[in-house]
Design a protein around this ligand. Structure first.
Ligand code: FAD
Length: 406
């Protein structure tokens, strides 16, 4: 079977490819001033986001005033595919572009769209996502960061106290899309609201958490909020609707995130296969047979990941629902972890180097970077963030297979 898009989609691909070649940030430019956190947008990244916005390629499915061109999902798909193939990040501020801006567009006031969403889309501001807390990760509804309204809903102020953790990019972001408990007497799913909080507000302390690979460029942070005051108008959507909005926020782009995940997986597999013959030749027959078996299995699984993604996407593009999407994050992130493990096993001791590859521009794409052991460490970002693999399995069991709750 040969899968191909129709001519009009391929024409869009060609148009974007030409525009990309003429306007993309160069490899040298990105490497000279690398993004060191997902809240950090170096000058080239700001210019690049703005160029994508102005040309209507940033969010192709949106109207021109929001950085789009009213394109369909298939055109958006080919744009993402071309970006991944060219190793150009769509943005360095993944949370801002992927979750915060779309959520403000969906639920915010016109002023919030003007002052927060549009500046993200034009590359002028970056945002972080303040959901997880020390005692509220998978069970987000248990969050305890508290916001109390002093004064009335027009002229008053929210006073915020609490702590967030694992907040990607908080060390550079301009503002936080902060989930807080505002209705302490309501059931826990109904007492959460979202506030827009400037990261330089008095009372905010950000403490970066060094990671094993590149500890000098931390992206994850603890954020402490101690009597932080923001205007009443910082509330996004309705009071107490934060839980419902969170589900909407995280659903943004869910239909598309697999594209770069699968392309990163395919690239990692390609480099495993390219390097394997030399290492296999040095192995004894039993060890070699085992290694070949593992490589073949992950090659099959990589194909399956692409087929699963395309199958689910085809259903979504036709307006249907696609349980494949629920399996995709789990499967692609698991495969990515296994490809790094298998490659490290095949390569042997050389794979254990750390800090071998300098930051070449951006952290915000799924492309393989560093030694196999570094890639293996990095792979946990995807099996934990945005819902751990165990939580994905629960979702697949209950919502896709209809099994009873365990
Ligand atoms: C790279 C990265 C970036 C992140 N960025 C952000 C961000 O920008 N903003 C933000 O708010 N958060 C962010 N997070 C946090 C992320 O959302 C949480 O780590 C994740 O939701 C898991 O929560 P937790 O760490 O508290 O683990 P816990 O929820 O405490 O889970 C611990 C373990 O128990 C398992 N477990 C928990 N509940 C169940 C269950 N019901 N059934 C079976 N197993 C269960 C989990 O799978 C896990 O193995 C990020 C995390 C990572 C790794």
């Amino acid at each position: 079977m040969r899968l191909r898009f129709d001519d009009s989609v391929e024409a869009t691909r060609q148009e974007f490819r030409e525009w990309l070649a003429a306007n993309r940030p160069s490899v040298e430019e990105m490497a000279a001033d690398p993004a060191v956190s997902t809240g950090h947008a170096p000058d080239w990244a700001r210019r690049w986001t703005r160029a994508m916005f102005d040309a209507g390629w940033l969010v192709p499915g949106w109207p021109p005033e929001l950085g789009g061109r009213g394109a369909g999902p298939i055109e958006t798909f080919v744009v993402l595919e071309e970006l991944a193939a060219a190793h150009v990040p769509r943005t360095t501020n993944v949370q801002g572009l992927g979750i915060v801006a779309p959520s403000i567009v969906d639920y915010g006031t016109p002023e919030q769209v003007r002052d927060h969403a549009l500046p993200i889309l034009r590359g002028e501001l970056t945002a972080c996502l303040g959901m997880s807390e020390p005692d509220a990760g998978s069970d987000l509804a248990s969050l305890s960061t508290r916001a109390v309204l002093e004064g009335d809903e027009d002229t008053g102020e929210w006073v915020i106290d609490g702590q967030k953790v694992w907040t990607s990019g908080a060390n550079y972001a301009d503002f936080c899309f902060l989930f807080c408990r505002t209705e302490p007497d309501e059931p826990k799913h109904r007492g959460i609201s979202i506030l827009l909080v400037p990261m330089d507000a008095p009372g905010i302390t950000v403490r970066p958490l060094p990671e094993i690979v590149h500890p000098d460029e931390p992206d994850l942070n603890e954020v402490f909020l101690d009597g932080v005051r923001v205007p009443a108008a910082s509330l996004v959507g309705r009071r107490g609707d934060g839980w419902a909005m969170a589900n909407g926020s995280l659903a943004h782009e869910r239909g598309m995130v697999w594209v770069s995940a699968v392309m990163g997986l395919e690239e990692a597999l390609g480099s495993l296969v390219a390097g394997a013959p030399a290492h296999l030749a040095a192995m004894g027959p039993h060890e070699r047979a085992l290694a070949v078996d593992q490589i073949v299995q992950i090659a099959i699984d990589t194909q399956a990941a692409r087929c699963l993604g395309q199958r689910g996407f085809a259903k979504l593009a036709r307006g249907g629902s696609a349980p494949e999407q629920a399996l995709m994050k789990l499967y692609a992130s698991d495969c990515r972890q296994r490809v790094a493990r298998i490659a490290a096993d095949v390569q042997g001791a050389d794979s254990l180097e750390l800090g071998s590859v300098p930051n070449d521009g951006h952290q915000a794409v799924d492309e393989p970077r560093g030694t196999w052991m570094e890639q293996w460490f990095h792979s946990f970002a995807n099996t934990i963030s945005a819902g751990t693999s165990e939580i994905q399995r629960n979702i697949v069991a209950e919502r896709v297979l209809g099994l009873p709750r365990g």
